[in-house]
Design a protein around this ligand. Sequence first.
Ligand SMILES: NC(=O)c1ccc[n+]([C@@H]2O[C@H](COP(=O)([O-])OP(=O)(O)OC[C@H]3O[C@@H](n4cnc5c(N)ncnc54)[C@H](O)[C@@H]3O)[C@@H](O)[C@H]2O)c1
Length: 261
Amino acid sequence: MTQSFAGQSALVCGGAGGLGGATARRMVELGMKVVVFEPDAAGADAYADELGAGAVAVAGDHNDDETVLRAIAKAKQIGEFRLAVNAAGTAINSPPTADASGNPHDMAVFREMMELHLFGPFNLSRLCAAAFASNEPDGDGARGLIVNTASTAAYDGQARQAAYSAAKSGIVGLTIAMARDLAAIGVRANAIAPGPILTPRLASAPDHIKAALTANVAFPKRFGHAEEYANLVEAMLRTPFLNGQTIRLDGALSTPLTTFA
Ligand SMILES: NC(=O)c1ccc[n+]([C@@H]2O[C@H](COP(=O)([O-])OP(=O)(O)OC[C@H]3O[C@@H](n4cnc5c(N)ncnc54)[C@H](O)[C@@H]3O)[C@@H](O)[C@H]2O)c1
């Protein structure tokens, strides 16, 4: 059955980044209007321009209600707002829980990681879900979909990833809970847990780190492509019975006991 998304709109947080950028592009290809939401105003503008008439940029931060609400207002202005994708992030260098010299993990770094990778996605989700509540329900009673981004680190955290793994496990936990919360208003929530995907944040990594990241991917033995993440967002959109799940996208990766510091 061909499903049309023309007339609908999406908000993609981190929409000029690797995974978010591929998703924004795919949603435009599907006929949706897309808000590219990014802290870097120039980067957001440039990427929305590249995507053409189907995309607009809103500069902001997922922890800042005012800019998130501005992005939601824009999404409602350009279409029937039905999809929110949390694909923001940035690398934060984290210490071990305690080091050999007896220094404990800096709590400011832990809090920064939570703000970026857990609080921000939840903040954007709650505000988008509230906006979806007034949508006309479809034949299933559905009003919207939230897609979160976890990581294989949610299940298999590396050394020096205590904070990141905790945040990403939080995404897995909140996704199923949100799906049950939001059932009452016909809003679904799913998450994708990527393994190593070659996006700008990994493209600049040294070669030995890149080799280590793909060494334990079972098959296909390579980095994932951002378009494969976009495929999964599209599948979530097209598959209404899929709800509350976190799907690994990792080539059957098994994570060894190593550190990528
Ligand atoms: N690439 C991978 O291999 C991989 C693997 C597992 C999980 N992830 C997760 O996927 C998400 C996206 O990663 P990516 O590889 O596309 O990174 P990326 O750096 O290519 O893109 C992330 C985007 O998020 C934006 N951003 C940063 N802080 C923000 C904020 N406060 N509010 C809104 N936007 C913000 C950045 O400007 C950037 O454009 C992250 O949460 C990351 O942890 C990525």
